[in-house]
Design a binder for this molecule. Structure first.
Ligand code: FEO
Length: 397
């Protein structure tokens, strides 16, 4: 199956309806995903990226129905991660001498993955490749998402092939942004940004400004995952600029785990206090043992502040809480406040452990946190409510 995008440009990828975990077990894909490959049939023919390895044979077989494989003049490999390059070994078995255009880091990654000495051609930002009347212009985009990543732009048709950037893990029979449910689309976009691109936010802003400085008209953005942005493609560019700039909504998120319900009771009382302190703030609660971690991270990304709660166990904290703090360590969220809370029976180290970790992760820790002995009594419950109220007043105003 192929889909015509514009003139001689075609989508020739794979819609993966079944995918529920990506990057091993690291990223949840509730709505599946797609691996987008593109075929440009001008005087010269270029193939941009392939698909994930399990779909290699299916991909090459489909491609061969679309074009005589020997007629592919250039392979453009925007990114070496195997969700885009996984079908290369199968393809290169058929056309072993076809030149592959990629960055210098791409060559290292391809050789590292596949141990093949294919006909690599190294590109740099600003390099051009003629397809006849139209050209591809290359832009290196290191760390969006790997050191080897790059974009390319097709002149005349004004299409940016952005690989991972501006993508979403979103399977749909409709491969264009104007045809899908907008709430679903943007939920997947912000989740993708929060969980994958947040650590690289300074590079996102720099790269977008660099691409805009070329002053190239932009009609379509063809990403490597999810839908193609053909209606107002600048809207996702603007979203990325917003998300990369220490993004916050008027939201406080409470993350906790609980053993015998005491820390849950604390969480709910704190939430009530926050609403008292600022009735307009959105408050969301998540039991970390029962919630998908990528969905939790997306809510943290949207928040002005978070509260993290764990009872004390063996002088430590519950594993689900430790796990989310470990994930947050790599994401380097900025401009967010935080505090800790939790029940304890006799030693009560949890809030100190959580507070220390939150500080190390770059959160602005607002206070010393709140602990309650055994299950909270009426006095403790009042303290939780007041603690939430003060937290809202201190962190939102
Ligand atoms: Fe979709 Fe970084 O690969």
């Amino acid at each position: 199956m192929s889909i015509n995008i514009k003139n001689n440009v075609f989508w020739i990828g794979k819609i993966d309806w079944e995918l529920r975990k990506f990057h091993g077990d690291e990223y949840s894909t509730h709505r599946g995903s797609t691996y987008n490959s593109y075929l440009i049939k001008e005087d010269k023919t270029a193939l941009i990226d392939t698909v994930w390895a399990p779909f290699s044979k299916e991909f090459v077989s489909n491609l061969a129905k679309e074009i005589d494989l020997d007629k592919i003049d250039f392979i453009i490999a925007n990114h070496a991660e195997i969700d885009h390059s996984g079908a290369l070994p199968e393809l290169m078995r058929h056309i072993p001498d076809t030149p592959i255009y990629c960055t210098a880091n791409g060559v290292k990654s391809f050789k590292g993955h596949f141990h093949k000495d294919w006909n690599f051609n190294i590109i740099k930002t600003g390099d051009r490749l003629s397809l006849g009347k139209k050209e591809l212009i290359f832009v290196e985009a290191p760390m969006l998402h790997w050191p080897d990543s790059m974009f390319c732009y097709l002149t005349e048709d004004n299409i940016l092939f952005s690989n991972d950037a501006f993508g979403q893990h979103y399977a749909s029979e409709y491969m264009f942004n104007d045809l899908v449910d907008q709430a679903e689309l943007f939920n997947e976009c912000i989740k993708y940004y929060a969980n994958i691109l947040t650590p690289f936010s300074p590079l996102v802003i720099k790269k977008i400004k660099e691409v805009l400085a070329f002053n190239l008209p932009l009609d379509i953005i063809c990403t490597s995952h999810g839908v193609i942005w053909r209606e107002k493609p600048e809207q996702i560019v603007q979203k990325y600029m917003d998300w990369a700039d220490s993004y916050r909504e008027n939201q406080i998120t409470i993350l906790y785990d609980t053993m015998w319900d005491g820390t849950r009771v604390m969480a709910e009382q704190i939430a009530g206090g926050i609403k008292k302190g600022d009735p307009k703030v959105k408050v969301k609660l998540f039991n970390l043992a029962k919630t998908d971690k990528n969905d939790v991270i997306t809510e943290v990304f949207k928040s002005k502040a978070i509260l993290v709660g764990s009872p004390t166990i063996n002088k430590g904290i519950l594993v689900s809480v430790a796990g989310i703090l470990e994930v947050l360590k790599g994401l380097k969220f900025k401009n967010k406040s935080a505090s800790a809370f939790g029940c304890y029976g006799w030693s009560g180290e949890s809030i100190k452990i959580i507070s220390t970790m939150l500080k190390e992760l770059g959160f602005d820790v607002a206070d010393e946190g709140l602990k309650a002995m055994w299950n909270p009594d009426n006095k403790s419950i009042d303290s939780c409510f007041e603690f939430g109220k003060q937290f809202a007043l201190n962190t939102l105003h």
